[in-house]
Design a protein around this ligand. Structure first.
Ligand code: ZN
Length: 241
């Protein structure tokens, strides 16, 4: 029924559950674009296993585009620069952007959809990413949807981003209702054994659970306490400007 991009993080895992819960047959793609660690990919695989156990109908493929990573990124996500601490809205976070990443992945997903005879491609863009990722914005979704439609005109494919008007906290709220196994998801940009709790994506993740008044199930009680402390620290400094 649908092709989707699955990173193994909160948003795309929620999207997988959202589509599968509606009874859709899902073909998930996870991209290896030369991330500084393979943790995301491992978590995507765990999420897929859990989805299969839950009785969902899906296939999963890991797509290796790491050979082009040197062309599209010199940023922190591919290990050449330090991952900055603080919120996404901070200018310093721009080093975590892999330019045009979503368009590259979605173009491949659209080609895959045509091959499978599917007519929809999904990704989990949401409102909380607007500040830093231009390829998560509504204008981008609309423009790429039109371009994909024209490019696949004889077997048209549509681009869908059902969370585009939702905040990350709203995405998590939906996921909690759908019983998404968030303990299997991974967000941190650092390559550590455990989440660093200080990078932009860790802080955003903590905020999303805090706003839902639940503990992040990936973390131990002690880690959660620390995550909340870090969040409050950065929220008081970075956002007071
Ligand atoms: Zn982190």
């Amino acid at each position: 029924m649908a092709v989707m991009i699955l990173s193994g993080g909160l948003d795309s895992t929620t999207l997988l559950w959202y589509l599968c819960s509606k009874g859709a047959e899902v073909h998930a793609l996870t991209f290896n674009y030369g991330q500084r660690h393979s943790r995301e990919i491992e978590h995507a695989k765990k999420v897929v296993e859990a989805a299969k156990k839950a009785g969902f109908n899906l296939t999963h493929r890991v797509v290796d585009i790491s050979s082009i990573s040197h062309l599209i990124s010199s940023g922190a996500l591919t290990g050449e620069e330090e991952v900055p601490h603080g919120f996404y809205t901070d200018e310093r976070q721009k080093v975590t952007v892999v330019p045009n990443r979503n368009m590259i992945m979605l173009s491949i997903a659209a080609g895959y959809a045509v091959k499978l005879g599917e007519s929809e491609v999904y990704y989990a863009a949401h409102r909380s990413d607007y500040a830093i990722y231009p390829d998560c914005r509504k204008e981008f979704v609309k423009a790429l949807d039109a371009a994909i439609y024209l490019a696949t005109l004889f077997t048209p494919v549509e681009l869908k981003a059902p969370f585009v008007d939702m905040t990350k906290a709203e995405v998590v709220s939906l996921g909690l209702k759908l019983k998404v196994p968030y303990e299997l998801t991974w967000s941190c940009y650092e390559g550590g054994e455990r989440p660093c709790l200080k990078c932009g994506t860790c802080l955003e993740r903590t905020e999303a659970f805090l706003l839902n008044e639940v503990r992040d199930p990936l973390l131990s009680d002690e880690e959660w306490k620390k995550a909340v402390e870090e969040y409050r620290k950065y929220a008081n400094s970075d956002r007071s400007e």
